[in-house]
Design a protein around this ligand. Sequence first.
Ligand SMILES: CC(C)(COP(=O)(O)OP(=O)(O)OC[C@H]1O[C@@H](n2cnc3c(N)ncnc32)[C@H](O)[C@@H]1OP(=O)(O)O)[C@@H](O)C(=O)NCCC(=O)NCCS
Length: 432
Amino acid sequence: MASAQNTTPPLDAESTAALAATGLEYALVDIEGDRFPAFLSSVARGFLGEEPTKEQVENSREGLRGRRLIGVYDRAGDQPDAPVATVDSWVSELTVSPGRTIPLWSISAVTVAPTHRRRGIATAMLTGELRAAAAAGYALAGLTVTEATIYGRWGFSPAAWASDVTVDTRRVRWTGPVAPGRLDFVPRESLTARLAAVHERIRVQRPGAVPGWDGRWRGIAGLTPEAPDAKKVRAVAYTDTAGVERGVLVYTIAEREQYTEHELQIRALFADGDEALAALWRFALEHDLVGKVTAELQPAVPPVQWMVSDRRAVTATLTDHHWLRILDVPGALASRAYSGPLDLVIGVEDGLGIADGAWRVRIGADGEASVERTDGEPEVWMPVGSLSSLLLGGVRATELAIAGLVRGAGDDLAAIDAAFAPAATPLLDIWY
Ligand SMILES: CC(C)(COP(=O)(O)OP(=O)(O)OC[C@H]1O[C@@H](n2cnc3c(N)ncnc32)[C@H](O)[C@@H]1OP(=O)(O)O)[C@@H](O)C(=O)NCCC(=O)NCCS
């Protein structure tokens, strides 16, 4: 596993200079300081949200503590202390193989004021994040995106996918396993701890996953000041026959005109094991007075399809969800376990010059990789985004080659496919 110590690298000099050349100041924002409320207000505006109240500011301050916040300031403007652009980053941990993780430079809250758009501010902020993280020794950066058109230019590319699932419950009968444990309603106030406990066990086994944080769990539980449907949030926990809590389902019910056809909207369904998964899905699908169940961020092929009488009553819409960006090729590739041997020189193209070059990738019979820079001629070529997409094995090299995103001989691509095949399909089950 790669190690990285510096969680607050200094501001990138190149981005500082690029912004200064257009009259803008690139500055760290102290989360405890006076600049934080205006920072949060700019983030809310960027994501089309309401102006945060004092209570929300304090709640966010609590939730974001430990993060590296950056604002871009236009001192000539009407509100010189309100940033015209924002970004927020922190060190998280990405599961790369079951039981194996790597530090992840996580990026969020990327906004540019509509008054300052398309002047290269996002470019300065994102490239600044990548150079700062690479210089501090991080092998990977990641983010979740609201639009798929923006981040590819900086080398980010999807590495884990998730689907939005809808089940027409009037068409299905439960045919899945019958879990022997018990279900209990649990209070909302207990959910922060419960979600954290079960998710922490799940996420280290699932490639593509990252840990959650209290603010994320409070949001799901409806415990944040801005939660509009807080009072509708209900939750059940599954306990196995040994008395261990193995899963939590958090949901709301949206009323429909027909009283027997309400919609059960899953806010989180975290199951540590198959029993809990079956018990919680069955609870949702058999809920009285419900005609439809919806859930976001589910596996691409949702397991519930195999547990009901009519699989076509389950629809799943797939989206790219976790975007990764390799910064250090040896560090990233050597972090995971592989499914087969490989000895290949891969040429990586990186417009930012961070990861480019020819890399000899050797994977032994034990599934461990060693990677070093080489003068040898690459046998396979790809942009850094393609290697980032391949990292967790969620897409095959032969599939990317069809789109021209990987170039090489068929045998070499097949060898990459076999070696990179994942032990579990990558999934990221939260937003960050
Ligand atoms: C998306 C956003 C951050 C872009 O900021 P910006 O400062 O205007 O971006 P830049 O001027 O640096 O543009 C960089 C490039 O991205 C392109 N781009 C920017 N926003 C884009 C969008 N929404 N769709 C497609 N391309 C976009 C630009 O055209 C430019 O292309 P080029 O490099 O080929 O010239 C900004 O529009 C914004 O804050 N949007 C609302 C919040 C949001 O969507 N944030 C992203 C959350 S994941």
